[in-house]
Design a protein around this ligand. Structure first.
Ligand code: AMP
Length: 399
């Protein structure tokens, strides 16, 4: 990576402000239902503590409070979980900026401090310079370790870098290493599996992958717009009518650049979304029926292509995996990837990561990204503002 990381600076005796992604799911009783985002942030925090920093000041957003204090979106449950995982007291503050915060930090005997939800202030998402400056005034060094929000230019991800030496944390370094290697310098063949609801979300991704991948397997809701473009019957399956032309062009382009695109050839169809008892497998979708998963022939074909891969990138479930009756295709893909030996398997964040988790195969993948939108934008070839704003490796930085 061409950006400075936390390992490039002398940290002893310094105050670090670390942007983490603690946007964890909470249930009605404010219990954390999945703490992966917290556990993924531990490496950077523990590294900083080991180097003898004076303070680790952590900040994050949680949910969408839209610039107001929302009691159910406080970071208090995160502080408690963090305390358990770190085995050390965490001072949780009820604000993220202001004199009271400064005083509390100065007085605290704890090394680890967690600020309140950044998005209680509308200035955060507006990338307000004054707000960014206030955050910066709390520390000597800024560390961005929130890959999940690196695609947003917010005060805590981009604005703050104007006022402090700014480096990447270990999680961001890891994400860039795996995702970057997969698209820029993959062991070949590189096979990409795409799914999910909408083609419109993935057009830029496909355009970029046509320059890089050897084969692209397309399942999920997005496949039907491509099938329509080929003149196939899709019944009531998901269609983006205004993207049929685009799908046609992408298929044409793939032919020109000799990237194999494998589409769904058989389907798990139902009469209605909530009528799994009507499910049957067909090769031609009759009018009035809707396809919600790939069929066995498609699964077999996908696996044949995947068996030759040396690198696999997976973005988007190939069926409605949240409902068991329509989850077989996604489960099969996940299990097949989990069993591959000597192959780098990269799972984009969001729904594909949720699917891998549902099937308890997390530890069988080479890398599961912590960022849904961020990993998508990275794979599209876009520059992520939260990473672009960090200091370059070649810059010498005085702290
Ligand atoms: P995305 O957010 O674009 O990754 O889309 C993920 C969603 O696509 C999941 O919630 C799946 O349930 C949904 N999905 C996958 N396959 C289909 C399908 N054949 N029809 C409708 N929705 C689908």
């Amino acid at each position: 990576m061409n950006k400075l990381t936390i390992k490039d600076l002398a940290l002893k005796g310094k105050k670090l402000i670390i942007r983490a992604d603690f946007n964890v799911p909470l249930d009605d009783k404010l219990n954390i239902t999945d703490d992966r985002r917290i556990t993924e942030a531990l490496a950077t925090i523990q590294y900083a503590l080991k180097q003898g920093v004076l303070k680790v000041i952590l900040m994050s957003h949680l949910g969408r409070p839209d610039g107001q204090v929302v009691e159910s979106m406080r970071l208090t449950p995160v502080a408690k979980r963090l305390e358990k995982l770190l085995g050390e007291k965490v001072l949780k503050l009820d604000e993220c900026v202001g004199d009271a915060v400064k005083q509390a930090i100065a007085k605290s005997t704890q090394r680890v401090i967690l600020l309140e939800n950044l998005r209680f202030h509308k200035e955060e998402e507006k990338n307000n310079p004054e707000f960014a400056k206030q955050l910066a005034s709390l520390a000597d060094i800024y560390v961005n370790d929130a890959f999940g929000t690196a695609h947003r230019a917010h005060a805590s991800t981009e604005g703050i870098t104007k006022y402090l030496p700014s480096v990447a944390g270990l999680l961001i370094e890891k994400e860039i290493q795996y995702l970057g290697q997969a698209v820029n310098n993959p062991k070949r063949p590189l096979v990409v599996i795409l799914g999910g609801a909408k083609v419109s979300d993935k057009i830029k991704l496909i355009e970029n992958l046509l320059k890089r991948a050897d084969a692209i397997l397309i399942g999920g809701g997005m496949a039907y717009t491509f099938l329509k473009a080929q003149g196939k019957n899709i019944g009531n399956s998901k269609l983006e009518a205004d993207k049929v032309e685009t799908a046609k062009n992408l298929l044409e382009k793939a032919k020109q650049v000799k990237v194999e695109i494998v589409l769904t050839t058989d389907f798990c169809i139902v009469k209605k979304f909530d009528a799994p008892e009507t499910l049957k497998i067909v090769k031609d979708i009759p009018d009035g029926w809707e396809s919600l998963d790939i069929g066995p022939e498609t699964r077999k074909r996908f696996k044949e292509v995947l068996a030759k891969a040396k690198t696999v990138v997976w973005n988007g479930p190939v069926g409605v995996f949240e409902i068991d009756a329509y989850a077989q295709g996604t489960r099969d893909v996940a299990e097949f990837l989990a069993g591959l030996k000597g192959v780098t398997t990269i799972v984009g964040g969001g729904d594909s990561a949720a699917a891998v988790s549902k099937f308890h195969l997390d530890d069988k993948m080479t890398h599961i990204s912590t960022g849904g939108g961020a990993s998508l934008e990275f794979l599209e070839g876009k520059e992520l503002p939260g990473i672009a704003a960090l200091n370059e490796k070649k810059q010498s930085v005085k702290v």
